[in-house]
Design a protein around this ligand. Structure first.
Ligand code: AMP
Length: 433
């Protein structure tokens, strides 16, 4: 077994890549030798490519890249008859070593959607419509246990939903739902800037700057909105159709105080109908396992076609004060007894419980303490407080509970990563300090 740095073996590598596409080992779209170079060897992405030889035959290759603190493994493929001989592991280790050597600032390697090299892929079992990069490691393949065995840890699961729009039917109960929303003064319609206000405030409320940027620049396009008293309280869109017929939109959201009234489902029904009318033939959606959007998609008839794990391995520790114990828990380097997780936050049982139920809730982003809350990250804290009642309910804390956050030395904060203790399951003292 020999693993060496790439030296013009594009044809052999493409043969491996395409074979694993054709035999169903991967969902990727086959590539050409020319495309191979554009994808894997683009000098602007800090590429690394290694090739495995058995004698003088190329039987495996792997590719990655790095920009800044994050490196990425894009692909590792081994011909089926040469598996279980350590080629995949040897290539992964060479890639990690080469990326760490060439990029001293690199802290971690990830397998995620944000990889600058986007390998197009197809939804399994359906006509080949290109999708941009995969949102992580395909959990139904051997790649998932392979990366786990190399020390990569999953931190979210991203599900891919798919529906041919010819199969979409507005749910029977939608007419009743729209009627009841109307009775409460809420109308689902297309956005009309001359009649509707409050779009910008919606993004203040939900705290998503990416959506604000993308949607506010396209207000003249078709956007489905929920409106109350002339004010936008929810949106989805703008609606557009890709040349392959995929229905596209940028986000779906409802103001926090109007959630749980079925407005999301009504917006989504408007979206599916609008996209069909514009000629879209299918929709593919991606969302986290714990994201409530999944219930909207599932109730509209969308099914999960694949689940992907976002995976990460820490290569170099960050400075001590930022890679705190809770960041280590988020990264999967320290185990925890998780009770809730989504893309933004994590809740786990306290290692040293002070009550029958003692759960610590943290944002995944490192905020040192209460004094670190600002306009940019306060949406995260709001999200924590929206989630706490759900965690408490799931824990059966019907009789109440206490939420505490210690800030600074006087309050005996011992972990410098903002966190909220949920304490319950007993009658607590009425003195608080
Ligand atoms: P505080 O004293 O408010 O900073 O709270 C920190 C809390 O984190 C304490 O209650 C600790 O028991 C808890 N804690 C520290 N390390 C861990 C860990 N590895 N897993 C779970 N809880 C932890």
């Amino acid at each position: 077994m020999t693993v060496r740095e790439y030296r013009n073996e594009a044809d052999a590598c493409v043969m491996i890549f395409n074979l694993l596409c054709e035999n169903g080992d991967t969902l990727f779209k086959p590539i050409t030798a020319e495309r191979f170079e554009e994808l894997f060897l683009d000098p602007s992405i800090g590429p690394a490519v290694f090739v495995g030889y058995e004698g003088d035959r190329v039987i495996a290759f792997g590719a990655g890249n790095c920009a800044g603190e994050t490196g990425y493994i894009t692909y590792i493929g081994v011909l089926p008859e040469y598996r279980r001989r350590g080629y995949g592991k040897a290539i992964a280790e060479k890639l990690e070593g080469a990326l760490a050597g060439a990029h001293p600032e690199m802290k971690k390697i990830e397998l995620v959607f944000y990889n600058p090299t986007e390998l197009p892929w197809f939804i399994p079992g359906h006509a080949p419509h290109d999708h941009a990069g995969q949102p992580g490691v395909d959990m139904s393949t051997a790649a998932y246990p392979f990366y786990e065995s190399l020390g990569y840890r999953a931190w979210t699961v991203q599900n891919t939903y798919y529906l041919p729009l010819s199969e979409y039917r507005t749910p029977d109960e939608m007419a009743r739902r729209l009627e009841s929303l109307r009775e409460n003064g809420i109308e689902i319609t297309y956005y009309d800037g001359s009649r509707h206000g409050g779009f910008s405030e919606l993004f203040d409320n939900i705290g998503n700057e990416g959506w604000r940027r993308r949607v506010m620049a396209r207000l003249d396009e078709d956007i489905v909105v929920a409106v109350k008293d002339g004010k936008v309280i929810g949106y989805t869109g703008p609606l557009s159709v890709s040349k392959e017929g995929r229905g596209l939109f940028c986000g779906i959201a409802v103001r926090t105080e109007y959630r749980h009234h079925g407005i999301g489902k009504a917006l989504f029904a408007g979206l599916c109908k609008g996209l069909s009318e514009k000629g879209a033939t299918f929709m593919s959606l991606f969302t986290g396992d714990n994201n409530p959007a999944r219930y909207v998609y599932e109730s509209a008839g969308f099914g999960i076609v694949r689940s992907f794990a976002t995976m990460r391995k820490i290569i170099r520790k960050k400075e001590k004060d930022t890679m705190c114990i809770f960041c280590e828990i988020v990264a999967g380097n320290i185990p925890s007894n998780k009770v809730y997780e989504d893309e933004k936050i994590l809740a786990f049982r306290d290692i040293n419980p002070q009550a029958p139920t003692h759960i610590v809730v943290i944002p995944k982003e490192h905020i040192p303490d209460m004094n670190g809350i600002n306009a940019e990250n306060s949406g995260l804290i709001a999200h924590i407080f929206e989630t706490i009642p759900k965690i408490a309910a799931a824990e059966g804390l019907k009789n109440g509970y206490r939420v505490i956050s210690n800030c600074g030395p006087d309050a005996c904060q011992s972990v410098k990563h903002i966190h909220f203790h949920i304490l319950g399951g007993t009658q607590m003292a009425d003195k608080m300090a």
